[in-house]
Design a protein. Structure first.
Length: 276
């Protein structure tokens, strides 16, 4: 356990007492972690020995940051906003052209990106929303009106299509955030939430809604799982009847219609993969 982790864990045990007047060591530790999240030197979750691990103390630091900062107002040309002081101005407030060149990502107007989120090189941010603790790796596009929620982890060379949401999970601290691994295509108007993991190279059709309670059905094997899409899966919306009441309403599910290898995925268009 490093010193930052020790300070945060001890502060968390008395979180109801943490405020703007707390010990300087606590406030400095929280701010240091937010800064490290912002520059990508730490992240809320990472893959270690093929398993995704949540760094609980980092999530705790994010939640504690809401206790050490008060509310402030920011006046704009057509509106005013009120939020916690450390989040109000966003990640790129005051950046120069040189700062953007160093960061190496493209960010079009009206893309709120919170302080404490990381955006990798060659990322394209269309008018979207990126919350604190999110990690967006190199070469990914977050399309128009899409959302990268608190602490979500999005891999390299992904496409998060227009209107889609990758859910954030702050509480409880031990909960795994929603994870989109490298090379995933998430179709328009889809939602992946509640700590679901979408495996590398998967293609999800438009209109997918997947949470921890969503049944994930492999059409070829009939196997039903929860919470994780296997790598290189092609997934479409489906429904399952109620076995106890066949005449009753069906419940939505996610259907894995096929799984492809990396070579096929790289050479086949998204539309062709989704066709029967």
């Amino acid at each position: 356990m490093n010193n930052l982790e020790k300070i945060i864990n001890e502060a968390w045990d008395k979180k109801d007492q943490i405020n703007q007047d707390s010990d300087k060591s606590i406030i400095d530790a929280i701010n240091e972690i937010i800064e490290k999240l912002d520059n990508g030197t730490v992240r809320v979750a990472e893959k270690i020995n093929e398993q995704w691990i949540t760094h609980q103390y980092i999530k705790k630091a994010i939640m504690l940051s809401f206790r050490i900062y008060g509310m402030e107002t920011l006046e704009g040309p057509y509106s005013s906003w009120r939020d916690k002081a450390h989040l109000l101005k966003g990640k790129t407030a005051g950046w120069t052209n040189k700062d953007f060149e160093k960061a190496g990502f493209r960010m079009v107007p009206n893309s709120p990106v919170r302080k404490g989120s990381f955006v990798g090189k060659n990322v394209v941010l269309m008018p979207c929303y990126v919350n604190i603790g999110a990690y967006i790796d190199e070469g990914t596009m977050i399309d128009t009106f899409a959302r990268a929620g608190s602490c979500c982890q999005i891999g390299k060379n992904c496409h998060i299509s227009a209107g889609s949401g990758v859910g954030g999970v702050l509480e409880p601290a031990q909960a795994l955030p929603t994870i989109i691994e490298d090379g995933v295509f998430l179709g328009a108007m889809s939602e992946v939430v509640e700590g679901v993991i979408v495996g590398e190279g998967s293609v999800l059709s438009m209109g997918m809604y997947i949470g921890q309670s969503t049944k994930i059905v492999n059409r070829q094997t009939g196997e039903i799982t929860y919470g994780k899409i296997p790598p290189y899966s092609v997934v479409v919306p489906g429904s399952l009847p109620d076995k106890k009441n066949p005449l009753g309403p069906s419940l939505s599910c996610a259907v894995i219609i096929k799984q492809v290898d990396e070579k096929t995925r790289s050479k086949t268009s998204i539309n062709d993969l989704l066709r029967e």
